[in-house]
Design a protein around this ligand. Structure first.
Ligand code: FAD
Length: 408
């Protein structure tokens, strides 16, 4: 079978590419090949509301009728094994081959597997897919003691939910603060206090050296200092790695993701890559960056759909993220990597706004329970004229006031 466009991966980015192509008026044939079974779905609720409510219908982007109406062939439960760039074909594991005019790699990422003893024991789990979330939900009500390896977004979201459901929860974080890769020190401190107040035992500077078991089932985590954290379920939430092997085997350049340029093109003009699997040039410095977020997957898909329908534009969308941890909603606008100064503005009631500066220029704003500041920050950061430290100081680092002043 031949298709004008073949999309590998039926996640957020793959689905959005097909939908946006049709919105942009693309009339050719489209196939999505995804190795997960069923309709494409969103992942964020898996570690949030879905754990509590378990309503799968709310996860799906669209029902089966959408794919039929839009003439999008969805080959679910089918894995692409290789790409033959010479013949412009992908070969599926089941032996079929699909020819492509243009190939979109939207293969996402998978959870990092820790190379420690005991990782294969029953009762050691991770969470990336709907199937993982269903398995986790099924065990959660009977879990008395949960150990979470990794104090990042997903580990903390699940820790807060499990704690609210009555489990004793210990979070083991190797670095000196929570979510250290993605948020500022004041936001890390806010969440350390919040999770500790909720009764979660958060241990910083702490690494598990092996997972202990009895009768083939996890019974706890031994720490590097010899201490033991007892647990009947161990969740590994230690980050992800890009699914880039398919591209690498096809001879494309891969370095922490599939390398693309500012229009999401690989070095092969007939192959693009988007979403969690793609490393793209970011910001003024053009530093190759790989982001793991819904915004990034959706906006890169839209950008690509425009190019494939003859309306090319550089990818320059402002990154933004969110994470719901217990009652707290964290929202991040911009990318605060390399920030050298943080200024916080706190309105009380668990509300916090942190402005992140690099070389006197505002590069990111993190807010907790302050959605209006988040929206104002997105507009400020997307503006062509950067906000300076002096300008922000003149409003007492109040994002809403800054935004009003700019609007004049
Ligand atoms: P994916 O969604 O990973 O989709 C890629 C798909 O490709 C997968 O189905 C994969 O199995 C498939 N695939 C890979 N290789 C092949 C192959 N060879 N053949 C066929 N199929 C293949 N982001 C936020 O912005 N906010 C949040 O609150 C948030 N919460 C999250 C919570 C959880 C539990 C998880 C797991 C992620 C969360 N994210 C969140 C991240 C967000 O979901 C991802 O950034 C987004 O899903 C990326 O979309 P993607 O299409 O690039 O990759």
């Amino acid at each position: 079978m031949n298709f004008d466009i073949v999309i590998v991966g039926s996640g957020q980015a793959g689905f959005q590419t097909a939908a946006s192509l049709r919105q942009e008026g693309f009339d050719g044939s489209i196939a999505i090949v995804g190795d997960e079974p069923g309709l494409p779905y969103q992942r964020p609720p898996l570690s949030k509301t879905y754990l509590k409510e378990g309503v799968a219908d709310r996860l799906y982007f669209r029902d089966a009728g959408f794919f039929e109406t839009n003439r999008i062939l969805l080959e679910d439960g089918a894995r692409v094994a290789s790409v033959n760039r010479h013949d412009k074909q992908v070969r599926l594991e089941d032996g079929r081959s699909f020819g492509y005019g243009h190939l979109v790699l939207a293969t996402g990422a998978r959870n990092r597997r820790l190379p420690i003893e005991g990782i294969d024991l029953d009762g050691v789990v991770d969470l990336r897919t709907l199937a993982d979330a269903d398995a986790f939900r099924a065990t959660l009500p009977s879990v008395k003691r949960l150990a979470v390896i990794g104090g990042g977004f997903i580990g903390l979201e699940i820790a807060a939910t499990a704690r609210a459901m009555g489990a004793e929860v210990t979070v083991l974080e190797a670095t000196d603060r929570l979510m250290s890769r993605v948020v500022s020190p004041p936001v890390s401190a806010h969440f350390l206090e919040a999770h500790t107040a909720a009764g979660i035992d958060v241990r910083l500077h702490t690494m598990g050296s092996r997972i202990l078991g009895s009768d083939g089932r996890a019974s706890g985590v031994e720490l590097q200092n010899g201490d033991i954290v007892a647990a009947d379920l161990v969740l590994v939430a230690a980050g992800v790695v890009a699914n880039a092997e398919l591209a690498e085997a096809a001879g494309l350049y891969v370095h922490d993701g599939i390398r693309v340029d500012d229009v999401m093109a690989t070095e092969d003009p007939d192959i693009s890559a988007i979403g969690d699997c793609a490393s793209f040039p970011f910001g003024h410095d053009g530093l190759q960056t790989r982001l793991e977020s819904v915004q990034n997957a959706v906006d890169q898909a839209k950008c690509l759909a425009k190019r494939l329908t003859g309306k090319p534009e550089r990818y320059a969308a402002l990154p933004w993220f969110w994470s719901d941890q217990g009652p707290d909603k964290l929202q991040i606008a911009g990318l605060a990597v390399g920030a050298d100064q943080y200024e916080q503005h706190s309105a009380g009631d668990g509300k916090l706004t942190v402005l992140c500066f690099r070389r006197d220029e505002l590069i990111g704003v993190e807010t907790v329970n302050t959605p209006a500041d988040h929206m104002a920050a997105r507009k400020l950061l997307a503006s062509d004229t950067p906000v300076t430290l002096d300008e922000a100081r003149s409003t007492g680092f109040d994002v809403a006031a800054l935004f009003r002043a700019r609007k004049g």
